[in-house]
Design a protein around this ligand. Structure first.
Ligand code: SAM
Length: 274
């Protein structure tokens, strides 16, 4: 079967599939969007692609045609027959019917040999951030992630210093990845149609890890943004403020600065010298 949105919809109807809001089920029905996602992922040889939430397999179909191996995690067991049918021409796909957040990902990945690891997904919106932070916290060495997310969440992921959406999550994620928006996606290309627009965001692994204590760095960033309207003097009361001020001076700031003014490199410098 060549995947087509019309075909996919027909199959969903035939199987009397009921969309489950609680699982964030909004399936893509625009092949151009899928093709763009695949193109941007730039899947190399010897690759393993993780997909969270294959749904009816629209994206999975094209991933299977491109990657050596595709490993999917799907929480909704009622999609099993549909997925089997839609992906029947491929033997390079494994589908684990489990909650991705509960999976021991390191253990799952040990079963595979690969040179490049990607994560590509139209993510369930209710757990977008936990999915991405899980990959980081489990220390999964991923080359690239290309994910469809709710527009305003994507804006936070890629927000730059001194902009409205820049927060501790932006710093945390951008410490590990270069993050860019690839394209805006209208709510009209999903079935059922969600209440929000989306965007596709690319995360490319950064090579150099520069802090000497990652936990200390995370705590500093979290505390600095604790109360967004307050300045660093107020948010970092329990820290050695004299030391912090000395470092800030190098960059032309003092303790009246707010967290949103500090680049990742300044946070790294402070945390490495505390
Ligand atoms: N990839 C499909 C597409 O683009 O048409 C479906 C995307 S839909 C936005 C999200 C998918 O994630 C659904 O299939 C849903 O059942 C699945 N899902 C939701 N929560 C999940 C979880 N905790 N673990 C794994 N899959 C989950």
């Amino acid at each position: 079967m060549k995947y087509s949105p019309v075909e996919a919809n027909k199959i969903l109807k035939e199987h009397e599939f009921n969309f489950k809001k609680k699982f964030g089920q909004n399936f893509i029905v625009d092949e151009n969007i899928i093709d763009n996602i695949i193109k941007k992922t730039d899947i190399k040889e010897d690759s393993l692609v993780i997909e969270v939430g294959p749904g009816s397999g629209a994206l999975t179909y094209k991933l299977c045609a491109k990657a050596n191996r595709v490993l999917c995690f799907e929480i909704d067991k009622t999609l099993e027959k549909i997925l089997k049918n839609n992906l029947r021409e491929f033997n390079n796909v494994d589908i684990v019917f489990e909650d991705f957040l509960q999976v021991d990902l390191k253990k799952e990945l040990k079963k595979y040999n690969y040179k490049h690891l990607y994560l590509v997904a139209n993510l369930p919106y209710y757990i977008t951030t936990p999915i991405i932070t899980k990959v980081i916290e489990q220390d999964i060495d991923i080359d690239k992630m290309v994910v469809m997310v709710q527009k305003e969440v994507g804006e936070r992921f890629s927000a730059k210093v001194n902009t409205k959406h820049y927060n501790s999550l932006s710093v945390f994620l951008q410490y590990h990845f270069d993050i860019h928006k690839i394209m805006d996606v209208s709510r009209n290309v999903f079935v059922p149609k969600p209440n929000v627009d989306s965007e596709v965001v690319e995360f490319v692994k950064k090579e150099k890890i520069k802090t000497n204590n990652l936990d200390k760095f995370y705590s500093l960033v979290k505390d600095s943004f604790n109360q967004k309207r307050k300045n660093l003097r107020n948010n970092l009361k329990s820290y050695d403020l004299e030391k912090i001020e000395l470092i800030l001076k190098k960059y032309g700031y003092d303790l009246t600065a707010r967290a949103e003014q500090l680049s990742i490199d300044i946070f790294i410098d402070i945390s490495n010298n505390l």
